[in-house]
Design a protein around this ligand. Structure first.
Ligand SMILES: [Ca+2]
Length: 412
Protein backbone atom coordinates (compact mmCIF):
# COMPACT_ATOMS: atom_id res chain seq x y z
CA UNK A 1 0.00 0.00 0.00
CA UNK A 2 2.77 2.42 1.02
CA UNK A 3 4.73 1.34 -2.05
CA UNK A 4 1.74 2.19 -4.31
CA UNK A 5 1.33 5.64 -2.69
CA UNK A 6 5.02 6.44 -3.13
CA UNK A 7 4.89 5.34 -6.78
CA UNK A 8 1.82 7.51 -7.47
CA UNK A 9 3.43 10.54 -5.78
CA UNK A 10 6.58 9.98 -7.83
CA UNK A 11 4.59 9.79 -11.10
CA UNK A 12 2.66 12.97 -10.26
CA UNK A 13 5.91 14.85 -9.57
CA UNK A 14 7.36 13.68 -12.91
CA UNK A 15 4.22 14.76 -14.82
CA UNK A 16 4.18 18.21 -13.15
CA UNK A 17 7.88 18.66 -13.97
CA UNK A 18 7.29 17.73 -17.63
CA UNK A 19 4.35 20.15 -17.84
CA UNK A 20 6.36 22.98 -16.23
CA UNK A 21 9.25 22.34 -18.61
CA UNK A 22 6.81 22.42 -21.54
CA UNK A 23 5.31 25.74 -20.38
CA UNK A 24 8.68 27.43 -20.05
CA UNK A 25 10.08 25.93 -23.26
CA UNK A 26 7.13 27.07 -25.36
CA UNK A 27 7.51 30.54 -23.85
CA UNK A 28 11.04 30.77 -25.31
CA UNK A 29 12.88 33.88 -24.21
CA UNK A 30 9.70 35.93 -24.00
CA UNK A 31 9.31 37.45 -20.56
CA UNK A 32 6.42 39.81 -21.24
CA UNK A 33 3.81 40.73 -23.85
CA UNK A 34 1.75 43.87 -24.09
CA UNK A 35 -0.34 46.05 -26.32
CA UNK A 36 0.58 49.71 -26.73
CA UNK A 37 -2.20 51.63 -28.51
CA UNK A 38 -3.19 48.32 -30.12
CA UNK A 39 0.34 47.43 -31.25
CA UNK A 40 1.43 43.97 -30.03
CA UNK A 41 4.87 44.12 -28.36
CA UNK A 42 7.06 41.34 -27.01
CA UNK A 43 9.87 41.54 -24.48
CA UNK A 44 12.59 38.90 -24.69
CA UNK A 45 15.51 38.23 -22.37
CA UNK A 46 18.81 38.50 -24.24
CA UNK A 47 21.07 37.83 -21.27
CA UNK A 48 20.99 37.74 -17.48
CA UNK A 49 23.58 37.58 -14.71
CA UNK A 50 25.43 40.86 -15.35
CA UNK A 51 26.28 43.28 -12.55
CA UNK A 52 24.37 46.58 -13.01
CA UNK A 53 24.85 46.94 -16.80
CA UNK A 54 25.02 50.75 -16.84
CA UNK A 55 25.68 51.55 -20.50
CA UNK A 56 25.61 49.69 -23.80
CA UNK A 57 25.97 50.17 -27.56
CA UNK A 58 26.25 48.07 -30.71
CA UNK A 59 29.70 47.37 -32.18
CA UNK A 60 27.95 45.77 -35.14
CA UNK A 61 24.67 44.00 -35.86
CA UNK A 62 25.58 41.00 -33.68
CA UNK A 63 27.85 42.39 -30.96
CA UNK A 64 26.89 44.57 -28.06
CA UNK A 65 29.47 46.29 -25.84
CA UNK A 66 28.36 47.02 -22.27
CA UNK A 67 29.70 48.52 -19.05
CA UNK A 68 29.10 47.24 -15.52
CA UNK A 69 29.20 50.02 -12.91
CA UNK A 70 31.65 47.95 -10.87
CA UNK A 71 34.29 48.50 -13.56
CA UNK A 72 34.00 45.72 -16.15
CA UNK A 73 33.68 46.28 -19.88
CA UNK A 74 32.11 43.32 -21.66
CA UNK A 75 31.08 42.19 -25.11
CA UNK A 76 27.93 40.16 -25.73
CA UNK A 77 27.44 38.05 -28.85
CA UNK A 78 23.77 38.51 -29.71
CA UNK A 79 23.67 35.33 -31.82
CA UNK A 80 25.07 32.91 -29.23
CA UNK A 81 24.17 34.81 -26.03
CA UNK A 82 27.80 34.36 -24.88
CA UNK A 83 29.43 37.27 -23.10
CA UNK A 84 32.84 38.00 -21.65
CA UNK A 85 34.64 40.73 -19.76
CA UNK A 86 37.25 42.32 -22.03
CA UNK A 87 38.66 44.99 -19.67
CA UNK A 88 38.55 45.95 -16.00
CA UNK A 89 39.19 49.53 -14.90
CA UNK A 90 41.67 49.95 -12.06
CA UNK A 91 41.60 53.72 -11.42
CA UNK A 92 37.84 53.69 -10.79
CA UNK A 93 36.01 55.72 -8.13
CA UNK A 94 33.33 53.09 -7.47
CA UNK A 95 31.07 54.39 -4.75
CA UNK A 96 27.28 54.89 -4.63
CA UNK A 97 26.08 56.29 -7.96
CA UNK A 98 29.62 56.62 -9.30
CA UNK A 99 31.70 54.01 -11.13
CA UNK A 100 32.05 52.91 -14.74
CA UNK A 101 29.21 54.67 -16.56
CA UNK A 102 28.35 55.01 -20.26
CA UNK A 103 29.77 53.53 -23.45
CA UNK A 104 29.19 54.80 -27.01
CA UNK A 105 30.74 53.64 -30.26
CA UNK A 106 32.40 56.39 -32.33
CA UNK A 107 30.49 57.67 -35.40
CA UNK A 108 33.74 56.73 -37.24
CA UNK A 109 33.93 53.24 -35.68
CA UNK A 110 34.02 51.39 -39.01
CA UNK A 111 37.17 53.34 -39.93
CA UNK A 112 38.97 53.60 -36.57
CA UNK A 113 37.39 51.08 -34.12
CA UNK A 114 37.24 53.72 -31.37
CA UNK A 115 34.79 53.51 -28.48
CA UNK A 116 34.11 56.20 -25.84
CA UNK A 117 33.50 55.60 -22.13
CA UNK A 118 32.52 57.78 -19.19
CA UNK A 119 33.56 56.82 -15.68
CA UNK A 120 34.31 58.32 -12.30
CA UNK A 121 38.09 58.50 -12.03
CA UNK A 122 39.74 58.03 -8.64
CA UNK A 123 42.32 60.72 -7.99
CA UNK A 124 43.63 60.61 -4.40
CA UNK A 125 40.37 59.09 -3.16
CA UNK A 126 38.15 61.70 -4.85
CA UNK A 127 35.85 61.08 -7.84
CA UNK A 128 35.91 63.01 -11.13
CA UNK A 129 33.58 62.21 -14.04
CA UNK A 130 35.85 61.50 -17.00
CA UNK A 131 35.76 60.61 -20.67
CA UNK A 132 38.09 57.98 -22.13
CA UNK A 133 38.53 56.52 -25.59
CA UNK A 134 39.92 53.11 -26.53
CA UNK A 135 40.31 50.92 -29.57
CA UNK A 136 38.13 47.80 -29.65
CA UNK A 137 39.11 45.04 -32.09
CA UNK A 138 37.20 41.81 -31.63
CA UNK A 139 37.51 41.14 -27.89
CA UNK A 140 40.70 43.21 -27.50
CA UNK A 141 40.64 46.66 -25.88
CA UNK A 142 43.80 48.73 -26.40
CA UNK A 143 45.14 52.30 -26.40
CA UNK A 144 42.96 53.42 -23.46
CA UNK A 145 43.31 57.21 -23.12
CA UNK A 146 41.60 59.85 -20.97
CA UNK A 147 40.28 62.67 -23.17
CA UNK A 148 38.63 64.77 -20.48
CA UNK A 149 38.57 64.86 -16.67
CA UNK A 150 35.96 67.10 -15.03
CA UNK A 151 37.48 69.88 -12.95
CA UNK A 152 35.86 70.91 -9.69
CA UNK A 153 36.82 71.03 -6.03
CA UNK A 154 37.90 67.63 -4.71
CA UNK A 155 35.03 65.50 -3.44
CA UNK A 156 34.67 61.93 -2.32
CA UNK A 157 30.85 62.28 -2.45
CA UNK A 158 29.14 59.22 -3.96
CA UNK A 159 26.30 61.22 -5.52
CA UNK A 160 25.52 62.66 -8.98
CA UNK A 161 28.35 61.59 -11.27
CA UNK A 162 26.10 61.58 -14.39
CA UNK A 163 26.93 60.51 -17.11
CA UNK A 164 25.85 59.77 -20.68
CA UNK A 165 27.41 60.29 -24.09
CA UNK A 166 25.73 61.19 -27.40
CA UNK A 167 26.89 62.47 -30.81
CA UNK A 168 25.25 65.02 -33.10
CA UNK A 169 25.33 64.77 -36.90
CA UNK A 170 28.38 67.10 -37.07
CA UNK A 171 30.48 64.59 -35.06
CA UNK A 172 30.42 66.55 -31.83
CA UNK A 173 30.43 64.55 -28.62
CA UNK A 174 28.11 65.63 -25.80
CA UNK A 175 28.57 64.35 -22.27
CA UNK A 176 26.55 64.98 -19.11
CA UNK A 177 28.07 65.55 -15.65
CA UNK A 178 26.16 65.69 -12.35
CA UNK A 179 26.64 68.27 -9.60
CA UNK A 180 28.70 65.75 -7.54
CA UNK A 181 26.44 66.28 -4.56
CA UNK A 182 27.47 69.97 -4.30
CA UNK A 183 24.57 71.91 -5.81
CA UNK A 184 26.33 75.27 -5.94
CA UNK A 185 28.75 73.86 -8.56
CA UNK A 186 25.93 73.79 -11.12
CA UNK A 187 25.60 77.56 -11.62
CA UNK A 188 29.34 78.26 -11.64
CA UNK A 189 30.96 78.30 -15.07
CA UNK A 190 34.40 77.73 -13.55
CA UNK A 191 33.37 74.14 -12.64
CA UNK A 192 32.44 71.21 -14.89
CA UNK A 193 30.01 69.77 -12.33
CA UNK A 194 26.29 70.08 -13.13
CA UNK A 195 26.96 70.65 -16.83
CA UNK A 196 26.50 69.21 -20.30
CA UNK A 197 29.72 69.61 -22.25
CA UNK A 198 30.52 69.51 -25.99
CA UNK A 199 33.79 68.26 -27.47
CA UNK A 200 35.23 67.23 -30.81
CA UNK A 201 35.83 63.51 -31.26
CA UNK A 202 39.52 63.98 -30.39
CA UNK A 203 38.60 65.63 -27.07
CA UNK A 204 39.46 69.19 -28.10
CA UNK A 205 37.04 72.09 -27.66
CA UNK A 206 35.05 73.31 -30.69
CA UNK A 207 35.74 77.01 -31.42
CA UNK A 208 32.02 77.81 -31.44
CA UNK A 209 31.23 76.51 -27.93
CA UNK A 210 29.14 79.15 -26.11
CA UNK A 211 31.61 80.11 -23.35
CA UNK A 212 34.96 80.00 -25.18
CA UNK A 213 35.48 83.75 -24.82
CA UNK A 214 34.05 84.16 -21.31
CA UNK A 215 36.75 84.89 -18.72
CA UNK A 216 37.14 82.10 -16.18
CA UNK A 217 34.54 79.84 -17.81
CA UNK A 218 35.31 76.24 -18.70
CA UNK A 219 35.34 76.22 -22.49
CA UNK A 220 33.87 72.68 -22.76
CA UNK A 221 30.51 73.80 -21.26
CA UNK A 222 27.45 73.63 -23.54
CA UNK A 223 24.69 74.11 -20.92
CA UNK A 224 24.59 74.52 -17.15
CA UNK A 225 22.33 74.43 -14.09
CA UNK A 226 21.88 70.62 -14.15
CA UNK A 227 21.51 68.39 -11.08
CA UNK A 228 22.22 64.81 -12.22
CA UNK A 229 21.58 64.36 -15.95
CA UNK A 230 21.77 60.62 -16.66
CA UNK A 231 19.88 60.73 -19.94
CA UNK A 232 21.34 62.43 -23.02
CA UNK A 233 20.33 61.77 -26.61
CA UNK A 234 20.71 63.62 -29.89
CA UNK A 235 17.76 62.92 -32.19
CA UNK A 236 19.21 63.17 -35.71
CA UNK A 237 15.73 63.23 -37.28
CA UNK A 238 14.62 66.41 -35.49
CA UNK A 239 18.16 67.67 -34.67
CA UNK A 240 17.15 68.04 -31.04
CA UNK A 241 19.40 67.34 -28.05
CA UNK A 242 17.33 65.89 -25.20
CA UNK A 243 18.33 65.25 -21.62
CA UNK A 244 16.58 63.98 -18.52
CA UNK A 245 17.82 64.48 -15.00
CA UNK A 246 17.26 63.35 -11.46
CA UNK A 247 15.77 66.33 -9.64
CA UNK A 248 15.04 66.78 -5.96
CA UNK A 249 11.85 65.14 -4.59
CA UNK A 250 9.09 65.52 -7.20
CA UNK A 251 11.32 67.43 -9.61
CA UNK A 252 12.70 64.98 -12.19
CA UNK A 253 12.92 66.73 -15.57
CA UNK A 254 13.12 66.29 -19.34
CA UNK A 255 14.89 69.20 -21.02
CA UNK A 256 15.57 70.27 -24.58
CA UNK A 257 19.20 71.39 -24.52
CA UNK A 258 20.39 74.56 -26.25
CA UNK A 259 23.85 76.15 -26.33
CA UNK A 260 24.68 78.39 -23.42
CA UNK A 261 21.35 78.05 -21.61
CA UNK A 262 20.78 77.80 -17.87
CA UNK A 263 18.57 74.89 -16.71
CA UNK A 264 18.07 76.28 -13.25
CA UNK A 265 19.51 74.00 -10.59
CA UNK A 266 19.51 74.92 -7.70
CA UNK A 267 18.00 78.39 -8.24
CA UNK A 268 14.80 77.10 -9.80
CA UNK A 269 13.21 73.68 -9.33
CA UNK A 270 9.80 72.03 -9.19
CA UNK A 271 11.03 69.59 -6.54
CA UNK A 272 11.52 69.82 -2.79
CA UNK A 273 14.30 68.79 -0.43
CA UNK A 274 14.31 64.99 0.00
CA UNK A 275 14.87 65.11 3.73
CA UNK A 276 12.84 68.10 4.95
CA UNK A 277 10.31 68.65 2.15
CA UNK A 278 11.32 72.33 2.10
CA UNK A 279 11.22 74.39 -1.10
CA UNK A 280 14.46 74.85 -3.01
CA UNK A 281 15.84 78.09 -4.44
CA UNK A 282 13.65 80.92 -5.65
CA UNK A 283 10.64 79.05 -7.02
CA UNK A 284 9.61 77.08 -10.08
CA UNK A 285 10.30 79.69 -12.77
CA UNK A 286 12.65 82.60 -13.40
CA UNK A 287 13.41 84.83 -16.36
CA UNK A 288 16.45 83.51 -18.23
CA UNK A 289 16.06 79.94 -17.02
CA UNK A 290 14.84 77.15 -19.28
CA UNK A 291 11.61 75.40 -18.37
CA UNK A 292 11.49 71.59 -18.45
CA UNK A 293 9.42 69.89 -21.17
CA UNK A 294 8.26 67.36 -18.60
CA UNK A 295 8.30 67.14 -14.81
CA UNK A 296 7.76 63.83 -13.05
CA UNK A 297 6.12 64.26 -9.67
CA UNK A 298 6.50 61.94 -7.84
CA UNK A 299 10.05 61.35 -9.05
CA UNK A 300 10.63 58.30 -11.27
CA UNK A 301 14.48 58.50 -11.16
CA UNK A 302 15.20 58.63 -14.92
CA UNK A 303 18.44 56.80 -15.80
CA UNK A 304 18.70 57.18 -19.57
CA UNK A 305 16.74 58.51 -22.52
CA UNK A 306 16.19 57.81 -26.21
CA UNK A 307 13.96 58.95 -29.06
CA UNK A 308 12.72 55.96 -31.05
CA UNK A 309 13.31 56.42 -34.78
CA UNK A 310 12.60 52.98 -36.20
CA UNK A 311 9.88 51.31 -38.24
CA UNK A 312 9.62 48.00 -36.37
CA UNK A 313 7.53 49.54 -33.57
CA UNK A 314 5.76 51.99 -35.89
CA UNK A 315 3.33 53.40 -33.32
CA UNK A 316 6.31 54.52 -31.21
CA UNK A 317 8.15 56.46 -33.96
CA UNK A 318 9.38 59.81 -32.63
CA UNK A 319 8.43 58.98 -29.03
CA UNK A 320 10.77 59.77 -26.15
CA UNK A 321 11.60 56.86 -23.82
CA UNK A 322 13.10 57.19 -20.35
CA UNK A 323 14.12 54.30 -18.13
CA UNK A 324 13.03 54.63 -14.51
CA UNK A 325 14.80 53.28 -11.43
CA UNK A 326 12.63 54.18 -8.45
CA UNK A 327 9.23 54.01 -10.18
CA UNK A 328 10.30 50.82 -11.94
CA UNK A 329 9.04 51.13 -15.52
CA UNK A 330 9.83 52.24 -19.06
CA UNK A 331 8.38 55.71 -19.58
CA UNK A 332 6.99 56.61 -23.01
CA UNK A 333 6.27 60.23 -23.93
CA UNK A 334 4.48 61.12 -27.16
CA UNK A 335 5.64 64.50 -28.47
CA UNK A 336 4.01 66.97 -30.85
CA UNK A 337 5.96 68.61 -33.70
CA UNK A 338 7.41 71.21 -31.30
CA UNK A 339 8.59 68.55 -28.84
CA UNK A 340 5.83 69.22 -26.29
CA UNK A 341 4.59 66.20 -24.37
CA UNK A 342 1.03 65.26 -25.31
CA UNK A 343 0.72 61.75 -23.86
CA UNK A 344 2.49 59.57 -21.30
CA UNK A 345 2.43 55.77 -21.05
CA UNK A 346 4.10 53.63 -18.40
CA UNK A 347 5.32 50.30 -19.78
CA UNK A 348 6.66 47.12 -18.15
CA UNK A 349 5.66 48.10 -14.62
CA UNK A 350 4.73 44.42 -14.12
CA UNK A 351 8.39 43.37 -14.37
CA UNK A 352 9.25 45.47 -11.31
CA UNK A 353 12.75 46.08 -12.63
CA UNK A 354 14.99 49.09 -12.12
CA UNK A 355 15.48 49.94 -15.80
CA UNK A 356 18.89 51.48 -16.46
CA UNK A 357 20.10 51.89 -20.06
CA UNK A 358 18.17 52.09 -23.35
CA UNK A 359 19.40 51.90 -26.95
CA UNK A 360 17.91 51.13 -30.36
CA UNK A 361 19.30 48.60 -32.85
CA UNK A 362 19.53 49.25 -36.59
CA UNK A 363 16.69 46.81 -37.20
CA UNK A 364 14.43 48.80 -34.87
CA UNK A 365 14.48 46.71 -31.70
CA UNK A 366 14.82 48.48 -28.36
CA UNK A 367 17.35 47.08 -25.88
CA UNK A 368 17.10 47.94 -22.18
CA UNK A 369 19.23 46.84 -19.25
CA UNK A 370 18.12 46.28 -15.67
CA UNK A 371 19.91 46.59 -12.32
CA UNK A 372 19.07 42.92 -11.74
CA UNK A 373 21.61 42.18 -14.49
CA UNK A 374 19.42 41.51 -17.50
CA UNK A 375 19.40 42.92 -21.02
CA UNK A 376 15.94 42.74 -22.59
CA UNK A 377 14.91 43.23 -26.21
CA UNK A 378 11.61 44.88 -27.11
CA UNK A 379 10.18 44.38 -30.59
CA UNK A 380 6.97 43.94 -32.54
CA UNK A 381 5.14 40.73 -31.60
CA UNK A 382 4.30 39.93 -35.22
CA UNK A 383 5.35 36.27 -34.88
CA UNK A 384 3.58 35.56 -31.57
CA UNK A 385 -0.07 34.69 -31.02
CA UNK A 386 -0.66 36.74 -27.89
CA UNK A 387 -4.05 35.07 -27.35
CA UNK A 388 -2.18 31.83 -26.59
CA UNK A 389 -0.55 33.39 -23.56
CA UNK A 390 -1.96 33.93 -20.11
CA UNK A 391 -0.75 37.14 -18.54
CA UNK A 392 -1.19 37.38 -14.80
CA UNK A 393 -0.77 40.86 -13.45
CA UNK A 394 -0.64 42.13 -9.91
CA UNK A 395 -2.30 39.23 -8.16
CA UNK A 396 -2.05 40.27 -4.54
CA UNK A 397 -1.58 37.29 -2.25
CA UNK A 398 -2.18 38.63 1.25
CA UNK A 399 -1.07 36.14 3.86
CA UNK A 400 -0.98 36.06 7.60
CA UNK A 401 2.70 36.94 7.76
CA UNK A 402 3.43 38.24 4.31
CA UNK A 403 1.97 39.73 1.16
CA UNK A 404 3.49 39.50 -2.31
CA UNK A 405 2.67 40.14 -5.95
CA UNK A 406 2.80 37.59 -8.75
CA UNK A 407 3.37 38.62 -12.33
CA UNK A 408 4.08 35.94 -14.87
CA UNK A 409 3.49 34.77 -18.35
CA UNK A 410 3.02 31.30 -19.79
CA UNK A 411 1.55 29.77 -22.89
CA UNK A 412 -1.42 27.37 -22.80
CA1 LIG B 1 15.76 72.56 -14.34
Amino acid sequence: MLKKLLLTTFLVIILVAIYAAYIFKSRGNIVWLLYSEGMPVKVEEVVSGLSIPWGMDFLDENSLIYTERSGNIGILNLLSGQYQTVKQLDDLFHKGECGLLDVKVSPDYEKNHLVYFTYAKDINGNGYTSLAVARVDGNKVSDWEDLFIAKHDATDDWRHCGSRITFDDQKHLFMSIGDRGHRLYSQGLSSHAGKIIRLKLDGTVPEDNPFVSVDGAKTEIWSYGHRNPQGLFYDKTTQRLWSNEHGPRGGDEVNLIYAGRNYGWPVVSHGKEYASGASIGEGTEKVGIERPYKIWNPSIAPASLMVYQGTNLAIWEGNLFSTALIQRHLNRLVLDSKGRVIFEERLLEELKERFRSIIQSDSGGIFISTDSGRILKISLADDVDISKFHIFKHIDMPGFYLSFDINFLFSN
